[in-house]
Design a protein around this ligand. Structure first.
Ligand code: HEM
Length: 198
């Protein structure tokens, strides 16, 4: 398939979780209030958070995919995957601020005391913002060698996301442990691979 066409298709695929969430919201508002479960606001926050995590895993999967399985086309989509990860993290934050906090910033202090994991998530979100904001060609050119150093922020960002998730899970840790194993293996591979190639 033509490279430009593939890239365009890829962007549409990245939008699928957003379309899915939008369809569910329409369903909740117009004809099925239970379409997102008993707490639609919470469900939406969780859905966007989990999608951001999936895209983070996908970004980390690009290097082993190329080196181990020989899937090269994914390398060209790394930037799109990174932007999608940040985009869904932003939607996660927006749905928290809009639906759970209801834009009542005077309640933020109390909420942070009740759910300190939000601070950890926020720090991870800031790192993702820096990564997404410098993922364009101009930044790569302007930052030179420093660009690679800056993009090592993906390691602390991913670790903070894991801490955020462990803190959120109150009783059943099975899912978080599974995600952690996947993320840690991918981080380890990427770290060893970049150590070898420098
Ligand atoms: C930007 C600031 C962030 C805020 C304010 C925030 C807030 C929250 C909140 C309120 C929850 C729900 C807790 C609950 O279920 O009671 C949550 C869960 C979660 N967040 Fe975040 N978060 C942030 C950043 C991130 C980032 C950057 C990621 C991933 C890239 C992420 C991934 C998740 C995941 C995977 C969950 C668990 C979802 C589930 O239980 O199914 N969060 N976050």
């Amino acid at each position: 398939m033509d490279k430009v066409l593939l890239t365009r298709w890829f962007w549409w695929i990245l939008l699928l979780p957003f379309v899915f969430a939008g369809a569910r919201v329409v369903q909740v508002i117009w004809y099925d209030p239970s379409a997102l479960g008993p707490d639609p606001a919470q469900a939406l926050v969780d859905l966007f958070g989990t999608t951001a995590l999936w895209f983070l895993c996908a970004v980390l999967f690009v290097t082993p995919a190329r080196a181990v399985i020989g899937v090269r086309w994914l390398t060209r989509q790394r930037r799109a995957l990174g932007v999608a990860c940040f985009g869904y993290a932003l939607l996660h934050w927006l749905s928290y601020a809009g639906l759970l906090l209801e834009w009542q910033w005077q309640n933020l202090g109390q909420d942070l005391l009740n759910r300190p994991y939000i601070i950890v998530g926020f720090l991870a979100g800031l790192m993702l913002l820096l990564l997404a904001g410098t993922s364009n060609n101009t930044s790569v050119r302007l930052l030179g060698r420093r660009w690679r150093i800056l993009h090592r922020l993906v390691y602390p960002a991913a670790l903070l996301v894991l801490v955020h998730m462990f803190w959120v899970a109150r009783s059943d840790y099975t899912e978080v442990i599974l995600y952690s194993v996947v993320v840690l293996l991918l981080l380890l591979y990427r770290w060893r691979y970049s150590a070898k190639s420098t």
